[in-house]
Ligand binder design. Structure first.
Ligand code: ADP
Length: 445
């Protein structure tokens, strides 16, 4: 079976968040099950690869040519689609993102002739299930929602002028939503199967609180919607062999964990006491403002090490907190190696998310014996056993998070929890099988 993955991020080539981790590891796991996987990515200027060909496609009534690059990672082929729009500092965050990813999707659609399954991810490739239904390629389509909050919405006039699709498709093809073209909705409406990255999130998004305005669409498509929990690349995220951390450790030889903690405290000049970490994008979704809210109480009993960037007011908040309290260390930006040192060197890890489609950081921290303190939502609810492998709280406010922190600080035996957290299986073994079954169902095999 040939599966073409289409997405905007894949570790290690381009990463903003968990989507990249999935595209860097699920195709590998599926290849181990005998599938042939190819991943199609925009060719960001940060990726070095040889040019191996080109593809022509229609855009704005003209024929355009994109160069194709080829990269390989753990035996999987990554085809890079070279479009000038992607030579920018970041993968996203530009006013013309809709246009950029529309061009990318139209170019990729010309490359899918061989595929049996096209597996598209999030709005950036949400057009592909519709193109499949319109006969642009023969493959069946699976669409995965990693985050419903970002939908790819834009005016219909531009969309039809750029894509060249007949305007009659505006209604009745799952494109129109609240007066705009919405590529998330198009993906959901036209794919043969839709998945979310955790079972709880699949349920949540059919309600107004989490549906981001698409709950009605999702209810109507519930028959083909299911949640498959993300796995982790457990070779990469492995405290027993991680090259980034001060000393390796595992369940049988746990001493290295203490060495990692000491190294982290020393790196940031922090006092020797319980230490909690945060590694996150600073977005409303992540509830990072709640961490700032509990800082004055937290520093009475623990250190806090924070890695992340995003919303400026939150970055400023941590700069100020760091200046005010010697128990706080803040590193602004993206830093792969430091993320590993935080997962390994902390005692607990905070994820006060308002919503969380799956979340990988809590799984990584459990693997490194660091207890997650997280809101009981989405994938956090599905992966953390309260009082057994971490701590869950219900309320998305400072009081909720403070309660979670006290559950941890007041726990009589966190060492036993740490052990159970490290014993959890977060590999792709089970989820990869679930995707394989889904592909077979979709193919009618
Ligand atoms: P999301 O995909 O919503 O950002 P996840 O928890 O699913 O959240 O995945 C986040 C991934 O990105 C994890 O691998 C985490 O370690 C990584 N990450 C997030 N912020 C940073 C950062 N500032 N530096 C390094 N890694 C980061």
């Amino acid at each position: 079976m040939k599966v073409a993955f289409v997405a905007s991020e894949a570790f290690p080539l381009a990463k903003v968040g968990g989507l990249a981790d999935v595209l860097g590891s699920l195709p590998v796991a599926l290849q181990k099950l005998g599938l042939q996987a190819t991943v199609y990515l925009p060719w960001y200027h940060t990726i070095w690869a040889p040019v191996v060909g080109q593809v022509s496609f229609r855009f704005e009534n003209q024929t355009e040519v994109a160069s194709l690059g080829l990269s390989e990672h753990n035996g999987v082929r990554y085809v890079l689609v070279g479009l000038g729009d992607f030579h920018r500092e970041n993968p996203y965050g530009y006013n013309d993102d809709f246009r950029r990813f529309l061009r990318f999707s139209l170019a990729v659609a010309e490359l899918l002739g061989e595929a049996d399954i096209v597996h598209a991810h999030d709005w950036q490739s949400g057009l592909l299930p519709l193109l499949g239904r319109l006969g642009w390629f023969r493959a069946k389509t699976v669409f995965t929602i990693h985050n419903l909050a970002y939908q790819g919405a834009w005016g219909a006039t531009d969309f039809f002028a750029w894509s060249g699709l007949p305007g009659q498709h505006y209604y009745g093809s799952g494109l129109e939503h609240r007066g705009l073209v919405n590529l998330m909705k198009a993906g959901i409406s036209n794919a043969h199967a839709v998945t979310t990255v955790s079972p709880s999130y699949a349920q949540e998004i059919m309600t107004p609180a989490f549906g981001e305005g698409l709950e009605g669409v999702l209810q109507a498509q519930a028959y083909k919607l299911r949640g498959i929990l993300n796995g982790l690349d457990t070779d990469y995220w492995n405290p027993a062999s991680d090259p980034y951390i001060a000393q390796n450790f595992n369940l049988d030889q746990p001493e290295g964990k203490q060495a990692c903690k000491e190294a982290l405290l020393q790196e940031f000049g922090l006092p020797n006491r319980p230490t909690v970490g945060v590694v996150s994008r600073f977005a409303q979704q992540k509830g990072i403002d709640l961490v700032l809210e509990v800082v004055p109480g937290l520093v009475q009993q623990a250190n806090l090490v924070v890695l992340g960037s995003g919303e400026k007011n939150l970055e400023n908040g941590f700069w100020q907190a760091q200046r005010r309290f010697p128990q706080i260390a803040y590193w602004r930006g993206y830093n792969e190696a430091l993320a590993h040192r935080i997962y390994a060197g902390c005692d607990a890890f905070l994820m006060p998310s308002r919503f969380e489609p799956c979340g990988l950081a809590q799984m990584i921290s459990m693997r490194y014996g660091t207890l997650p303190i997280a809101r009981a939502v989405g994938g956090l609810r599905d992966t953390i056993k309260h009082g057994d492998t971490g701590f869950l709280f219900e309320n998305a406010d400072g009081g909720g998070l403070a309660y979670g922190l006290q559950s941890w600080l007041g726990h009589p035996n966190p060492a036993s929890l740490r052990q159970r957290a490290m014993q959890q299986d977060f590999s792709w073994d089970v989820p990869a099988q679930q995707y394989l079954s889904l592909y077979r169902e979709v193919l009618g095999a």
